[in-house]
Every structure is written in structure tokens, then in C-alpha cells.
Design a binder for this molecule. Sequence first.
Ligand code: HEM
Length: 328
Amino acid sequence: MPAGFEAPYPAWMARFDEGAAPLVMAYFGVQHPGSLPPEALAPIKAMLPAHPAPRHWIEAQCRDGAGYDTRIIIAYWQDAKSFTAWRQAGGFDAWWAEPARETEPVGRFMEVVAPPMERLEVVYSPPHLPEGAGNLQSRVSACPVAEHAYWGSARDRIPASQTDPLDNSAGTLVLTRNGARVRVEPGRNVCMIRSGQDWSDTTGEERATYLGRVRPKLVDGMTYLRDEGLPIGCFSCRFMQVLDGVGAATEKTFGHAYFRSLGALEHWAEHHPTHLAIFGTFMHEMAPLGDAMQLRLWHEVMVLPPESQSFEYVNCHDRTGLMGAAGP
Ligand code: HEM
């Protein structure tokens, strides 16, 4: 942190108990080249309430880089034990293994990450509105975190960075095909970010500035990462609209991206014109609102050991998720 630095606006962090097990974040996706039928995720939704149900889940929608309509349920469990128990109790494992999955008129995928606590940081504002893994926190940080709003602050918020460079010089993805089923192993220290925006409480000039000036830059940045990000280490990027659970759009979006490493993500954020345009417009036109700002920004960033990642695709096109970065 630069000496004497004070962040121009506050942010809080999710805190978890000492020794807490890795959280599980499961992305259950479905895709179609045209428009998905509204009930495309109904089988997953029907299973979600089974015990032990996820502590938090959302549904979101986007068009991916191949133009496929994509819908995802993102569900959070407190630990791997409860996720495994749910997969059994809810019938998910049996349903996922059925040969019928391979001949459906839609593609399906399941991307699961389970970041160890010392490799995860979750930052949000205001403190009473947690997002993402913040919904599973033990408590919110007692005060706004000092370590934010400067380059390198995400790394400073990840405890493991104190003793580990968290790099990944190899960056090789291994793809294994079994008929219509594909698995991708991205290897060590792949970095995932889900970075959210909520403008539902903005009004007047603030709302006009966000929607008219900041959001278009965000769309440009997410489109760049999605379509041209691979050479700079972005394996996959989806810019998604959060749905309200019955299919209607909310005033919340997020970028969900996998990078070869934390360093590659940091490099894009600090140096690439697309994030600098988002950052610069925001800092110049919105950050001066300080505490009065109603736009809510949050993110969760994690650096994943190999055993904390599982990526499975059934019947999906070749550029889905991490498949595009893994090659044929
Ligand atoms: C409206 C949307 C966004 C705005 C206004 C925004 C703005 C900012 C700002 C002001 C920072 C400074 C650091 C901080 O507060 O800790 C930052 C950092 C960062 N942003 Fe964004 N951003 C947005 C979207 C995104 C998205 C969608 C991604 C990636 C998918 C992203 C990736 C990052 C990363 C990784 C950092 C941390 C860099 C570091 O700690 O060195 N941002 N952003």
C-alpha cells in the first residue's frame, strides 16, 4: 500500500472463522444456440432444496462468445462435505450421470471451485449487504478495510500472498473427452474472479452516470476478455445479468472470469485500456460521491490449488467455459 494511502470510498471484507473449511461454489450451467426454454434449469432448481441445501444461490444469464444463450445457477455450500451430501440426497449425481444428458437439445456444464480460506478474498459495500461468499461469512470486518483502491490490494487481501507468490508459469490446461462429456483440468493457481455491480438503489445523476458512462466501458472490457483475452491469460469470461429466480432481469450484473494466474488478472486490471477505462471513469465521475454513492460494487477473488477445481461439460460447444482455452 502506498505510504499514507487512504481509500477514497469504503469497502468491507467477509470474515470467516479461523480454520474454516473451503467453501464450495458450484456453477450449474445450460446453453443453447437459440433461446433457452424458461424451464432449462428446472431440474437443478427442483433439487436445490434437498438437505443440505446451499446457503445461498442466484441465477444469471448471458450470451457467450459463440452467441449461445447461457443460464447459470451459482450455489454456495459451507464445505465439501455438505456439497457431496446434497449431490447424493438431491439426486444430482444420478441425474448428471444419466446418458440422457448426452442427447438433450441443450448443453450443460458444472464448474465447481472450493477455495481454501487463505486463498480467498471477498470485498463489498455497504457492510449490511453481503454478496457472493459474503452470504456465508461468520461476520463482516469490524471496520472498512484499509487495503483497497490501489493496485495490488486484491493480493494484499489474500492471506496466502504473504508467503506465496501464487504464480503459475506453466498455465497448461488438460482436456479429456469421453463422448459428449468433457473434463478440463486447469492446473495449479488458476485465479477466478466474480466482480459484481448493483445499481438498483441509484437515482438521478448517479444512475445516469453509471448507466451512460461507466457501464458501456464495463461491457467493452468484458467483451474484450471474452473474445480476445486468451493471449493475456484470460481463459474464460462471462458478463452476466442476475435474474430474480423466476426469469426476470434485476439491476445487478457481474463479470465472471478465470485467469491463468492472479498476476495475469492484476496485469489486466492495472494496465489494460479496457479496465483502465472502467476504473478511470468510475474514479473520476463516481468515487467523489464517497459515502453518498449508491452504486454497489463487490468481488470475490480466489487462487485455486488443483484439487479445488472441477470443470465438466456435457454436449457443449467447443468454446464453452475453459474448453476454449484448452483447445481441441
Ligand atoms: C463497474 C465495474 C467496475 C468498476 C467501477 C471497477 C473499478 C475498480 C476500481 C476503482 C479498482 C481499484 C481497486 C480497489 O477498489 O480495490 C478496481 C480494481 C480491480 N478490478 Fe475493477 N472495476 C469494475 C469491474 C471489474 C471487473 C468486471 C473485473 C474483472 C472481471 C475487475 C477486476 C478488478 C481487479 C482484479 C481489481 C484489483 C486490482 C488490484 O488489486 O491490483 N473489475 N476496479
